[in-house]
Write a protein that binds this ligand. Structure first.
Ligand code: 9WO
Length: 257
């Protein structure tokens, strides 16, 4: 079972992941466990203070080292008690390495992840100094924008990782069929009715011929990736058949224009 620990001032936010949908069912099935640690419970005074004003001035507050250090080390110790050899400690931050499908797959193969979700203007940098924490911290970003805190980013990471755990999607769906798995965007989807406001379902999907359907979906995936995310195609060598399908897609586009 994958062990998640999260250090957060807002533990209740994570109910959205642990109680709903695919990630809720995966937790019920025992595919992962999540324990939240609130730095307020590790504060050094009766006011349960976890922040203070920034040296050098400026707006807002900075998270104190000591409550975070105690929380993170408690989280890491729990993981080690659960048999995690070396927990990976991840600080969700716009300064980090950007999360992609490759990193998600890598993280889904770990035994334990400790997530640090900051608030206010950020964390006192000395938390990341040598000898302060039991384990090194990696910074991870989910994209180039600023949030109000690291929690939503931590939940995005958790959701992406949990759906990769064997058994998380049941037998109906397979994570191996997802968009990005082979470096392409997803193909379009259709369901009933067969005609909606005069728009019909592509005949290939109505053909009942599995080979025709698979070919059409791959062509659409290639075409949409070429149109919307050409950067993804540059990193991915196309097979002869894939190049033919993409050429076909382009020719059909010319026909419509
Ligand atoms: C505020 C800010 C203002 C101007 C220029 C850059 C700036 N960065 C931040 C900032 O990082 N504020 C943080 C809010 C401090 C602590 C956590 N917060 C956070 C994490 N916002 N956004 C994230 C985040 C995490 C992972 N991936 C994307 C965003």
């Amino acid at each position: 079972m994958l062990q998640f620990d999260v250090v957060t001032l807002f533990p209740a936010m994570f109910d959205a992941v642990t109680e709903q949908g695919v990630t809720g069912r995966a937790r019920s099935r025992g595919l992962y466990q999540l324990v939240a640690w609130n730095p307020r419970d590790f504060a050094g005074n009766v006011h349960r203070t976890v922040d203070d004003r920034p040296y050098g001035g400026g707006p807002g507050m900075v998270m104190l080292v000591e409550p975070l250090r105690r929380s993170l080390n408690a989280a890491c110790q729990r993981q080690c008690g659960q048999g995690v050899a070396k927990p990976r400690v991840l600080h969700l931050s716009p300064q980090g390495r950007v999360l992609d499908h490759r990193l998600v797959l890598e993280l889904s193969r770990e035994q334990g992840l400790v997530l640090l979700a900051g608030r206010y203007e950020g964390v006192d940098e000395r938390l990341f100094g040598h000898q302060v924490l039991d384990h090194a911290v990696e910074e991870i970003s989910i994209g180039d924008y600023v949030l109000s805190g690291g929690e939503l980013a931590a939940m995005v990471l958790m959701d992406a990782v949990v759906r990769q755990l064997p058994g998380a999607l049941g037998d109906a769906g397979s994570a191996a069929q997802d968009s990005f798995v082979d470096g392409l965007l997803d193909h379009p989807h259709f369901t009933r009715p067969e005609t909606y406001e005069g728009m019909v379902v592509p005949p290939e999907l109505m053909s009942g011929n599995h080979a025709v359907i698979t070919r059409w979906r791959l062509k659409q995936a290639l075409g949409r990736t070429w149109q919307r995310r050409p950067d993804l195609l540059e990193r991915r060598k196309l097979s002869v058949e894939e190049q033919q399908l993409l050429d076909e897609y382009r020719r059909e586009l010319e026909g419509v224009r």
